[in-house]
Structure formats: C-alpha cells, structure tokens
Design a protein around this ligand. Structure first.
Ligand code: GUN
Length: 286
C-alpha cells in the first residue's frame, strides 16, 4: 500500500489561509485587527529562529505583530511587569513568552506563564486553559497538538474508535494531545521514559504520536503496518542536520501516513499560533 506523506506545508497553508479570512472578517465586522506579542528573553539561537517564523506568520495572515526582545539577564519582576503591560494593551490579543527562559528565571516559569491573562494565553499553558481543555470547555489549546488534530481532520483521517499511542507526557505536547484525541473518541495510551515493553504498546497504535525529543527513537519494529505516524520531534544533530523522533527511512514504508521532519508538524505549530491569536481576539470581542 502507498504511504501518504502528510506535508506540513500544505496543511499549514490551509490553516493560515483560514486565519487570514477570519482576520479580514474581524476587521470588517468589528474594526479589530488581532494582535500578537512575542516576548523573547536572551539570545537562544533556536528561539530566535522560531520567533522570526512567528513574525512571518503574522505578516502572512494580516495579524498585528510585536516582538519584545529582553536582555539575557532580565529579572522576574521586569518580565512580569512587561506581561502586565501587554495584558492591558488593547492592540494585543495574544501573548507568548518564548521558552526556554534563561537560567536565572527558569525556576519561575510557572509563575510567569500564569501571569498571562488566560484570554490572551495563545500557548494554552495557563492552568485555566489546561483545565478547560480537560473538561471539554472552550479553551486556548497548545499550538503543536492542536495543529496535529487539525491536520488529521483536514487529511480525512478518522480518530474516533482508533487506538492512539502517544510517546511523551509533556505539558506542551503529550498531555494536551491525549486530551484532544480523547475528546474525539480515540482510545488513548500515553507512554513515557518509564514505560515497560514500549514497542509492544506502540505496535498496537493506529495513530502513533512521537514527542520524545530523541533523534530516530521510533524504529520500524515499533510501528504497525498502515499506522498513521505523527513526528513532533525537532532534533538538531551534531552535523547540523534537522531530524525528528522517527527514523523516517525505515518507518515510512510501513506507515499508512507519516509527517516528515523538517516540513511537518513544525509548520503546523506556527499556523496554529495564528489561528489561536484570531480565536483569542474573538474571545476578547465577546
Ligand atoms: N519553545 C518551544 N516550543 C514552544 C512553544 O510551543 N511555546 C513557547 N512559548 N515556547 C516554545
């Protein structure tokens, strides 16, 4: 059977097009242009690339964009004051603090993320949004898992009744992915670093989501024939090559459908941030 390549480029373009139309609608109907503020503290090179891509996404969709660059040695109080200012800025509907934070404020990460107004929390990391997602109420949902779900919908891949196995239990991907799949009536198993007999479990997956952060972690022997394989990993090898958590070469021939890295889930994450910013603007208009 042919393997379907799930191109992030194609689905991200659709999501951005949809966001763009909604931006135009909000401008016409309410005179409101959705606005996104991204705060980057310090000089992490990967973060700089992500932030540049977010700016580009705003530009493409007509979202107003502000990037706030703060020095590496910024203290917690200064960052909290900036978040407070943005919480009260009517031009700004979404606030994102780029992670990871520098060492001196990393231990305050939870406090910093909770300082963002839940209505402007386009990362979906605030406990209010985490809670609303888990009880099935409207919520801002973390961009990466939300993008994966929208991709499955657009690709016409049925989720209800399927066994979805997620490798990874992070707050950013694994746990919200589990909630989203569960709410769409999948049977969900969450595996992690302490899971015993991992391959026995992953081989049962109709939908396998890899969010481990280890290059080539998922190998062909871990995948059932015809499974849908979603690779959330973005790993930089010493050679500078970008690879996912899935050994694409060996897994692709077995999978029914698979996302590549690069050119897969990463593009969906940016596109979903644009959608979340539009949704946050709608929440604030109401
Ligand atoms: N750094 C890597 N991924 C993310 C993300 O989804 N949100 C934020 N804020 N920072 C990140």
């Amino acid at each position: 059977m042919e393997t379907t390549l799930l191109s992030g480029k194609v689905f991200a373009a659709q999501l951005k097009e949809e966001a763009k139309r909604k931006v135009e609608m909000l401008q016409e109907k309410y005179g409101v242009t959705p606005g996104l503020a991204v705060i980057i503290v310090g000089e992490d090179p990967a973060s700089k690339v992500y932030v540049a891509n977010k700016e580009k996404g705003c530009h493409e969709t007509g979202i107003y964009s502000e990037v706030i660059r703060m020095p590496e040695d910024t203290d917690k109080e200064t960052l909290l004051a900036e978040i407070d200012r943005l919480n009260h800025d009517a031009k700004i509907h979404g606030i994102l603090v780029q992670l990871p934070l520098p060492k001196q404020i990393r231990s305050a990460e939870a406090e910093i993320l909770e300082a963002i107004s839940p209505l402007k929390d386009v990362d979906g990391f605030h406990p209010i949004n985490v809670g609303n997602l888990s009880i099935g109420k409207d919520a801002l949902v973390p961009c990466t898992p939300h993008g994966c779900i929208r991709m499955l919908e657009m690709a016409g891949i049925k989720v209800a009744g399927k066994h979805a196995v997620i490798i990874g239990r992070s707050n950013i991907v694994g746990k919200p992915m589990a909630q989203l799949l569960l709410s769409r009536n999948a049977t969900v198993t969450v595996c992690h670093s302490r899971t015993e007999n991992l391959a026995d479990i992953t081989r049962q997956a109709d939908i396998l989501v890899a969010a481990v952060g280890r290059p080539y972690f998922v190998t062909a022997d871990m995948v059932k024939q015809g499974a849908v394989v979603i690779d959330v990993g973005i790993n930089r090898l010493e050679s500078k090559k970008l690879v996912g958590d899935v050994d694409f070469e060996s897994v692709a021939p077995i999978a029914g459908a698979i996302t590549p890295v690069p050119g897969g889930v990463g593009l969906l994450t940016i596109a979903m941030l644009m959608q979340n910013t539009v949704f946050a603007a709608e929440l604030q208009i109401k």
